[in-house]
Design a protein around this ligand. Structure first.
Ligand SMILES: Cc1cc2nc3c(=O)[nH]c(=O)nc-3n(C[C@H](O)[C@H](O)[C@H](O)COP(=O)(O)O)c2cc1C
Length: 345
């Protein structure tokens, strides 16, 4: 059953599902699949050299069916205005912002006719969203995969953000991997779900196949929150699957940055050239050579809900059917309560 919310209407979607940026895993082919199947994916711009950005975006646009059929994601830990200008000039019309102060970026994007999403830490930031001029808020629960902004689990942070949002629609992120999670988010007042880990473990994502398999194999206790993978983004908590790098660091007594095991060691080479060092922030991509397993295997606790690597279209169809079934079950409880009340009268 196609759900209709302010999110699906605004972006012209069949499903109220947004796919998070997945580092180098967000390939043009992946974004194209998500767009074709009726959802909407974001791509992170931070790792794309500015000189190559325009050409890279045109490749994404060709695969997705236009520059407005995918979104661009900017992490505001450094000045990203030039990247935003290039993206807007290339025709991109959906922008996602995270960390830092979004006001200047949101204003510029909205002036250019773009739709702006801001991932907030909690209700205090959500109160600023209207002044910043953003169109949608993303409430991230702490159980999320990748870098963490949310200050509490989704069950708490989502309703708190909705209460603070002054009517700006809110999308739920973190810990959602199936239709039951989408139904719960909708029941809490969200207009859709923003998912990362579920789509890393899709056939089409450009993430390393070993990372996808590790997600399928993970239970909740395999996931850890840490600041360990800090090369390129220091002091920023993130959730990963505990891997060999994490385990040796723990076995060494969790020493501080500068005296960690294998610090400065090369574990692979970037596609654009240059060494990928142990503790680097980049998530292993499909063709990574070297020791992919030692890199940050970003994943949320939602990994424990993912039974297999599936094509994007099948994942979306299943989420849709499961969400419908979960919501009908809830309505069924109401119906039987009403019937009992009526029969008792
Ligand atoms: C592999 C991976 C890479 C991510 N990269 C980014 C990113 O570049 N920018 C961003 O805003 N969020 C990023 N995230 C976080 C997601 O936006 C989102 O908050 C998270 O995936 C939601 O939790 P879930 O993984 O349980 O669905 C990433 C998540 C994963 C799993």
């Amino acid at each position: 059953m196609p759900f209709r919310t302010v999110l699906t209407t605004r972006l012209g979607l069949r499903f109220p599902v947004l796919v998070a940026p997945l580092g180098r895993g967000s390939t043009p082919e992946f974004l194209g699949s998500v767009a074709r199947e009726g959802a909407f994916a974001f791509v992170a711009l931070g790792h794309i050299p500015e000189a190559e950005l325009r050409q890279t975006l045109s490749g994404y646009a060709a695969a997705a069916g236009g520059p407005d059929r995918f979104g661009v994601n900017l992490v505001l830990i450094a000045d990203q205005m030039q990247r935003l200008e290039t993206a807007l000039d290339a025709g991109c019309r959906v922008v996602s912002l995270l960390r830092g102060d979004p006001a200047r970026y949101a204003r510029r994007a909205v002036d250019a006719g773009a739709t702006v999403f801001w991932t907030v830490s909690g209700p205090d930031e959500a109160k600023r969203a209207a002044d910043c001029g953003v169109d949608f808020i993303v409430a991230q629960g702490r159980e999320a995969g990748g870098h963490l902004t949310g200050e509490a689990p989704l069950m708490t942070v989502l309703p708190a953000v909705i209460d603070a949002a002054q009517g700006i629609p809110v999308v739920a992120a973190g810990g959602i991997a199936d239709g039951r999670g989408l139904a719960a988010a909708l029941a809490l007042g969200a207009c859709g779900a923003w998912m990362g880990t579920r789509f890393v473990a899709s056939v089409e994502s450009g993430t390393h196949p070993g990372h996808k398999q590790a997600i399928v194999a993970s239970g909740v206790s395999d996931l850890v929150e840490t600041t360990l993978f800090d090369g390129g983004w220091p002091n920023s908590p993130h959730r990963v699957i505990a891997n060999s790098t994490y385990r040796s660091w723990r076995a060494a007594g969790s020493p501080p940055n500068g005296s960690r095991p294998g610090e400065g060691e090369q574990i692979g080479s970037f596609p654009e050239g240059g060494a990928m060092l142990r503790y680097n922030v980049s998530t292993p991509w499909a063709t990574m050579d070297g020791d992919w397993e030692a890199g940050p295997l970003y994943a949320g606790t939602s990994a424990s809900l993912i039974p297999s690597i599936e094509p994007v279209g099948r994942i979306l169809a299943r989420i849709d059917a499961e969400a419908e079934s979960a919501l009908r079950t809830g309505v069924g409880y109401l119906d039987s309560a009403f019937a009992e009340e009526r029969d008792g009268q």
